[in-house]
Design a protein around this ligand. Structure first.
Ligand SMILES: Cc1cc2nc3c(=O)[nH]c(=O)nc-3n(C[C@H](O)[C@H](O)[C@H](O)COP(=O)(O)OP(=O)(O)OC[C@H]3O[C@@H](n4cnc5c(N)ncnc54)[C@H](O)[C@@H]3O)c2cc1C
Length: 248
């Protein structure tokens, strides 16, 4: 069974993000990048699937040379080989999906894992677009997964509960937190990863279907106000909550 897992390389969630002078991109200075946290669940599930059914897992990332760090993380966890589809310019989700779909088709992978969301641009759409371009089934926000022959049975997280669905191969799965507990890369895994191949190919150009016009931060929060310390302020507090904050 040939399995693909797609990973994005994102600013660490603990990093303070600054908007660049062009107001359209993130200032990369001082930003630490990591593998997208949801993609760790995708990598773990790809590895568990291989351990059960055999085959090969290939990790694919679209982006610049620095994306190799996230590819290496997946290799250290146990993925067999990596592919970097190189492009030094940010592209929209459709542009990412298009080159991923072409590569997955070349690789003839029957099961493809994605994270449910990339925590930089948050579009939550790349897995679904890739499935559509490939003509594969797609099950999103998956928290439990079983393969029985050609059958795929998954549990999806929905508002207030879970939904159990059935589909068939070939399939794209987008992973939600809770699907598994991603393994740590062992020292042996890290050493083994150094010998694993990362193939580098130029990503075919793509015209953006969605253009970023502007990025801005939310308005600064107003400082808190203390009206007083005894019950005499309650009427004024109620008035402010009703007329200013408009929350009651
Ligand atoms: C500062 C910055 C610099 C960037 N530089 C580049 C660049 O030089 N070149 C470039 O091509 N893109 C670049 N990007 C885009 C980036 O690689 C991602 O493609 C993009 O941020 C994904 O956002 P999304 O909301 O579309 O993903 P979502 O749709 O939210 O992602 C869902 C899932 O799709 C998969 N996925 C998403 N993006 C990728 C990817 N790139 N490769 C493989 N799988 C993916 C992951 O499994 C992810 O969990 C940059 C983004 C940022 C914020």
């Amino acid at each position: 069974m040939k399995i693909a897992v797609c990973v994005s390389h994102v600013p660490d969630t603990a990093t303070k993000i600054k908007i660049a002078d062009d107001s359209k991109t993130i200032d990369p200075n001082g930003v630490t990048y990591i593998i997208n946290p949801y993609d760790e669940f995708a990598v773990e599930e790809a590895l568990k699937t291989k351990e059960k059914f055999g085959g090969e897992v290939v990790v694919i990332s679209v982006g610049s040379e620095s994306n190799k760090e996230s590819i290496k993380k997946a290799l250290a966890m146990g993925v067999d080989r990596g592919i970097l589809l190189k492009d030094d310019n940010p592209r929209d989700s459709f542009g990412v999906a298009k080159v991923l779909a072409e590569e997955i088709k070349n690789e003839q992978c029957e099961i493809v894992f994605f994270g449910k969301q990339s925590v930089d641009y948050d579009n939550s759409i790349t897995g679904q677009l890739t499935a559509e371009l490939l003509g594969y089934q797609c099950i999103s926000v998956v928290v439990d997964l079983k393969f029985e022959g050609e059958k795929v049975i998954a549990e999806r997280e929905i508002e207030g509960g879970r939904e159990v669905v059935e589909s068939r191969l070939p399939v794209v799965i987008t992973a939600q937190k809770g699907l598994n507990e991603p393994r740590y890369a062992s020292l042996k895994g890290i050493m083994a990863a150094k010998k694993k191949v990362i193939e580098e190919k130029p990503a075919a150009g793509s015209k953006p279907t969605v253009e970023i016009l502007k990025m801005h931060k939310p308005p600064a929060k107003q400082p808190g106000r203390i009206l007083g310390t005894d019950s005499s302020v309650v009427p004024e507090l109620v008035r402010l909550l009703r007329e200013e904050a408009k929350v009651i």
